[in-house]
Design a protein around this ligand. Structure first.
Ligand code: GAP
Length: 449
């Protein structure tokens, strides 16, 4: 039977409460009442998101010799967005309910007859197009000539730099360009915590291939690599699906397209889109700029426009997925017959914000505190560590709830036998390890998959 039907799923209320209580995610500018569609990452959330980005970067760029890193500006020449089609076509259709004044995206409505919020019949305004790009002005004047846009995707920065990059990096197709950066969309209905927001981060890989007929194979290989990535970092496969877009659902120039979707507490939601984009993007920029962005193949003296395979993943959505997917409320009965409950986040050790917590069993015993602090200090820099002291049950509970895979406790025996207790989060197994062997033991268990 499907795991999700037998186990109790976390609710978004529980995730939001945990995120706030432990310092993963806060509403942006909360003291002023917040601002819709914007969030801040607290200390643990910032670490979690950085680890998710590092995991993507490592697998997509660092362990490969055919992908180069890139970092483009958020504000670009406005013609970029004319060429890409965003100015003319990056619209959502929206309607307002004339009774309750709530606003909806047409494609999110089950019926266009009845308002889902107040139940009024035939209360919607005529649908209007709403451009999703956020606008600003560059320079001292605020007029059409100085209007600029906050990028709605990072990809265009890569396309317009294609020639700069392949020439300076001395690359030839097949090769890729990767970038992680902020994007902005003035979403009509932001919601579900950081799932749909107005400021978010994308991790985009643009992979350029020769027009020699091998493009679909490259597309399939990237889909497999992305599947592997989610599985390596522990996302449950039964909550992940790779939805293949039909010819009607894909743009006319695309030979294939896949949406990676996760089963969130409210249903399936998109994490990433993997797309075959043909030569559409480079063609569009060549057309409007009049500049040559083709690749000249010295070997056979042939000039051509490379075909593009894109993998575009939302880092906020992936971070939220890691948080939700890792969450478990375990119920058990202790030896006295008492029902106990523990909330645990089963993060992969490389994704966990804190990897090793070091405890002193007692707060007011300087010899224990000094020893524990010394151990934590030596592990710091090798691992993401945290020092704490006090009631061991409470310390374990707190670390379980933030997903720390290893807890190390210094007790009175440690002072004489030079060993510590290491407790593993998921199995709750405890073993005594010599202090000298501790770093090597942890390194064996905390490493990239
Ligand atoms: N360059 C291709 C592109 O931008 P997309 O499907 O529009 O494709 C890619 O966006 C990913 O960016 C999405 O799968 C999602 O994870 C993330 N994303 C898009 N809009 C978002 C939003 N409003 N809030 C959070 N993430 C978003």
């Amino acid at each position: 039977m499907d795991e999700d039907t037998t186990k109790e799923r976390v609710t978004m209320d529980e995730i939001t409460a945990l995120a706030k209580r432990r310092g993963f995610i806060f509403q942006s500018s909360e003291i002023y009442g917040g601002i819709g569609g914007f969030y801040d990452y607290g200390p643990l959330g910032a670490a979690l998101k950085r680890n998710v980005k590092d995991a993507w970067w490592r697998e997509t760029v660092e362990i490969r010799d055919d992908v180069v890193p890139f970092d483009s500006s958020i504000i670009m020449h406005p013609d970029t967005w004319k060429a890409s089609g965003h100015i003319d076509q990056f619209h959502d259709r929206m309607v307002d309910c004339k009774i309750c004044k709530h606003r909806f995206r047409m494609d999110h409505l089950k019926s266009t007859e009845q308002c889902p919020d107040c139940g009024s019949k035939n209360s919607f305004t005529e649908p209007r197009n709403f451009n999703l790009m956020l606008r600003t002005f560059v320079g001292p004047m605020e007029d059409t000539a100085s209007t600029a846009y906050l990028r709605p995707e990072t990809a265009q920065g890569i396309f317009v730099n294609f020639k700069n990059i392949y020439q300076t990096a001395r690359k030839r197709p097949p090769f890729g360009i990767a970038q992680i950066g902020k994007s902005f969309r003035n979403e009509i209905t932001p919601g579900n915590l950081t799932f749909r927001v107005r400021e978010f981060e994308q991790a985009e890989l643009e992979y350029f291939v020769p027009d020699d007929g091998g493009d679909l194979e490259v597309f399939k290989a990237w889909v497999e690599r992305r599947k592997m990535w989610y599985s390596k970092f522990g996302v449950k496969s039964e909550r992940l699906r790779f939805y293949e877009l039909t010819a009607e659902e894909r743009p006319h120039y695309a030979k294939a397209g896949i949406d990676v979707e996760y089963l969130f507490p409210w249903g399936w939601g998109e994490l990433e889109s993997i797309a075959h984009r043909g030569t559409y993007d480079l063609d569009a920029h060549m057309h409007l700029s009049g500049k040559d962005l083709q690749f000249f193949d010295e070997a056979n003296k042939k000039k051509y426009t490379p075909i593009l395979i894109e993998s575009s993943a939302g880092m906020d959505r992936t971070t939220l997925t890691m948080l939700i997917d890792a969450y478990e409320k375990e119920r058990s009965t202790d030896p006295n017959g008492k029902e106990t409950e523990r909330v645990v986040l089963h993060f992969h050790p490389m994704i966990a914000p804190v990897q090793v917590a070091v405890f002193s069993l007692a707060r007011n015993k300087p010899e224990l505190v000094d020893r524990a602090r010394g151990i934590e200090e030596r592990l710091r820099g090798k691992f993401r560590t945290q020092y704490d002291e006090g009631n061991i049950g409470q310390l374990y509970r707190r670390q379980d709830e933030i997903g720390t895979p290893y807890c190390v406790t210094v007790d009175y025996d440690s002072l004489t036998d030079q060993t510590v207790t290491v407790r593993e989060r998921d199995s709750m197994r405890q073993e005594r390890i010599s202090i000298d062997a501790l770093a090597a033991y942890l390194r064996q268990n905390i490493d990239w998959p």
